[in-house]
Each structure stands twice: as C-alpha cells, then as structure tokens.
Design a protein around this ligand. Structure first.
Ligand code: ARG
Length: 469
C-alpha cells in the first residue's frame, strides 16, 4: 500500500500526537484497531479504571476531586455504552483509549490523569483476565446445568438396558443411565479444569505498567483486592506478556467441546432410523426442504462441528504466542477474538446440549431389544463357566466362542441354543446357564464399583443429583 496523503487521516493521534505529526494510513488504522471486538470488555475496562483511580487517590497521587470526577465520568460512560449511545471510534484503536478519550471529553484534565502509573499493556492484561474469569464463571454454571440434566435422565433410566459398544460393535449390555453418567464424569473433569485455570489466572497485572513497573508509590495489593484477585502478579514483564490464562481457558474449552462432540455424535447415531434409540422433538430438529419424512438432528451436528472453532482458537493462540520475545507485543491483540469466539461457541453448545438432553425421549423397548443382540451376553456365559464349572477363563472363552459360532450358524441368539447343543460343546453346562443369558441378569450382575448394575447406577445418579442440587 503506498503512503499517499489521501490514505492518511489528517490528524495525528490524540493520545500520542506529541511525537507524531500525521495520522496513520487507513490500512494501518484498519490492521491496528481492535475496538471492533475488544469493546466486549468494556465493563472490565471500566471496573479496572475505577480500581486504579481509587488506589491513586488513596495514595495521594490523584486528588479527591479528580477521583470523584472520574467515578462520575466512568459511570456516565458505562450508561452510554449500556444504552448503545456510545460512539466507538476506530481511530482510537481499542476499548481502553475509547473510554479514556470520552472520559477526557467529559471531565477534562481529571480524565488525562487516569493513565498515571498505568499502561495499556497492564490494562489489557487485567481487562482480559477479568473477562476470561467472568467467562469461566458463566461456563462453569452451564456445565453444571448440563450435568444436572444428564443426572436426571440417568436416574430415570438407571435400569433400562441398552447395548454397550466397543469399536461401535455390540459388546455387553449396559444401562442407558450408566451411559449418560459417563458424560457426567467427563463434564465434572471439565469443571475441574475451569477451576484450575481460574485459580492460576487470579493474579492482578495492574500496576506492572508498560513492562518495568512504575516509579509511583502505588498499592498493587489494593487494586488486586478491589478486582477480586488473590494477589498482584510478581513480575512485571511476565504480567504484561503472559497469556497462559487464556490458553488454559481455551484448552479446557477444547477438551470440553470434544466431550460435547462425542455426545452429539451419539445423539446423531441414536436418532438415526436404524438405531432409533431416542427421539428429539420439533424443538431440536429441522426438516428437509425436499424429503418430507426427514427429521434432522442439526443442533447435535452443529455441536459436533463447533468443536472445530474451539480447537482452532486454542491452536491459533498457541501459534500467536510461540515466538514472542519479552514483553508485550502487538501480536497479543490477536488473543481476544479467538477466546471470545470459543467462549461463545462453547456456551451455545452447552445450551443446545442441555436442551437436547432434557428434550429427548428414549425408546426403552427398542434399546432393550438390541441390548441382547449380537451375542451381547457371551461374556456372562463365559463367566458362568468360570464361576460354576471352575473352568480357567481362557478355556471358558474358547468354549463360549464355539457356542457363539454354533448359534451364528443356526441363526439364533445364545439363548436359542438347546441345552443338548451346549452340552455337546461342554458337558458340564446345566439348565441354569439360561438364567445368565438375559439382558437383565447381565446388567444386574455388574455390581463391581463403577459397574452398570442398575442399583449402582441409581446410587451414582442420586449422588450427582445431590452434589449438583
Ligand atoms: N489493544 C491492545 C491489545 O489488545 C492494547 C494494548 C496496546 N498496547 C500497546 N502498547 N500498543 O493488546
């Protein structure tokens, strides 16, 4: 882009016009401006400025009158932004300078004093931490809500058998409640990751100034406390250039989005006609413009797909950060859109998933029907041979394999073989074997801790319901 005069703004930047005679080119302004997205942090920016001003006044760096004017000015600006009456300017680059310029417009020199002992570098690091912390709190609440929805459905279906799969091949019967509680466990770990991220995030960069700290006698404990941080950050270089807190948030988001995507995939499979395990209502499905019979699980498909954006945000920010020398670099301005987008996608996915879990109806008869198909109780037969006939497990496995092959050839389930046919393979087998071949006997027998026995599942569902109440 040539630097011709018509690409320039006539005026030098109001904030650093002392050094600059002319304004930036239009393209410079366009690549530089973040106000289009960082305006999202306006509440955090104002909150940070209020804490900073109060601290400056407490230490006599700012007069009481200036503090009063700043408080009033920032309150008025907050009202303007809230009401959609604030004119955000690209020429003012970002949320920090937009707010400060407006403040100065309203209150004059007191506004010009606010930036004492502060830089946009520690300001943005503080604002963004506050924003991510707020996002974490909101998301934690939403994850808990999804867990509650799943635990409720798990309690309802604690004893309803369905086929359990490995390799998506019928493996052993499980209960639908047990399957749903697997996701509750995953989501509980997601909450743990959010809590970890929040704990490490909760240090206040404000007062680190541009990179070296400040010569003013500030009280960083006071601003940290006012903003709900546990303590101030201990190294000013690290404070202005660290984005680990955003990366940890995005890593937690990516793992959780992956969990949601797995559940979405299962919902899609379960609602397909060949499976027919669950049905989603009109509220969470769409029709087809050509095929009148269609009921498509678009919400689940989009939850599955949005995982891509969240993963992209994590990789995107890791890539932005990987080559940056100390301390702040403008590259870091590219941290926010990714985090904003990922948070929004995660929020929407959680809301959609919670909606679907509450909305779905299970065809328990159909699930039960399939639970015993595919020789799903073969392991129960082998276990019986071990328990009753004392066969070594490997031998029992082999005997059972021969019985499965025999049933397959005959076109029946294991229970479709006659006792005589079974005894031809293993003479010790008695009529009692048939008791373990039912789906209900199979799930009821899985009483080991963490197993699928309905009593276990009901207890686990109740434990989660109580923990989440
Ligand atoms: N808009 C900037 C960002 O998001 C704020 C910090 C700018 N600091 C600077 N020295 N240019 O990172």
């Amino acid at each position: 882009m040539s630097d011709t005069p018509d690409l320039r703004n006539a005026d030098a930047n109001q904030q650093w016009g002392g050094r600059f005679a002319a304004g930036p080119s239009v393209v410079m302004q366009e690549i530089n401006a973040s106000i289009g997205f960082d305006r999202k942090m306006w509440r955090q920016d104002i909150k940070g400025s209020l804490a900073h001003a109060a601290m400056l006044a407490r230490l006599g760096i700012l007069s009481a009158e200036d503090l009063a004017a700043i408080r009033q000015g920032l309150a008025d600006i907050a009202a303007e932004i809230d009401a959609g009456r604030f004119a955000f300017e690209d020429t003012l680059e970002d949320i920090h300078m937009n707010v400060e310029a407006r403040l100065t417009e309203r209150i004059g020199d007191a506004g010009r004093r606010l930036h004492t002992a502060r830089s946009r570098n520690d300001q943005v690091a503080t604002d963004f931490r506050l924003w991510v912390r707020d996002a974490i709190d909101g998301l934690d609440f939403q994850v808990a809500d999804l867990m509650r929805a799943l635990a409720d459905r798990a309690a309802q279906h604690a004893a309803d058998p369905m086929p359990g799969f490995t390799h998506l091949q019928t493996a052993q019967p499980v209960t639908f409640g047990h399957h749903l509680l697997a996701y509750v466990e995953m989501l509980a770990r997601d909450r743990g990751r959010l809590a970890d991220a929040r704990r490490r995030l909760n240090e206040c960069p404000l007062g680190s100034a541009a990179l070296a700290g400040t010569s003013f006698p500030i009280d960083r404990e006071m601003t940290a406390k006012a903003l709900g941080f546990d303590r101030p950050t201990a190294n000013s270089l690290d404070a202005v250039s660290d984005r680990d807190f955003a990366l940890e948030f995005l890593a937690a988001a990516a793992i959780s989005a992956m969990h949601l995507s797995r559940l979405a995939e299962e919902i899609i499979i379960w609602c397909s006609a060949p499976f027919g395990f669950i049905r989603l209502s009109d509220a969470f499905t769409t029709g087809s413009s050509i095929m009148p019979q269609k009921r498509n699980p678009d919400a689940a498909e989009l939850v599955r797909a949005k995982t891509g954006r969240v993963n992209g945000a994590l990789i995107g920010l890791l890539t932005v950060m990987k080559g940056l020398p100390m301390a702040y670099a403008k590259d870091m301005q590219e941290d926010k859109e990714q985090a904003f987008d990922a948070a929004e996608a995660w929020e929407l996915c959680l809301a959609a998933m919670t909606g679907m879990v509450r909305d779905m109806t299970a065809d328990t008869a159909r699930m039960r029907g399939f639970a015993g198909s595919g020789f799903a109780t073969a392991t129960d037969l082998a276990d019986w041979l071990v328990r009753v006939l004392r066969l070594p497990f490997r031998t029992a496995h082999h005997v059972t394999g021969r019985l499965v092959a025999m049933a397959e050839a005959k076109g029946v389930d294991l229970a479709g073989l006659t006792l005589a046919e079974m005894q031809a393979v293993e003479p010790g087998i008695t009529q009692a074997i048939f008791d373990v071949l039912t789906v209900d006997a199979s799930v009821a027998s899985r009483t080991s801790f963490g197993g699928t026995a309905p009593a276990n599942v009901a207890a686990q569902a109740a434990r989660w319901q109580a923990a989440l109440a």
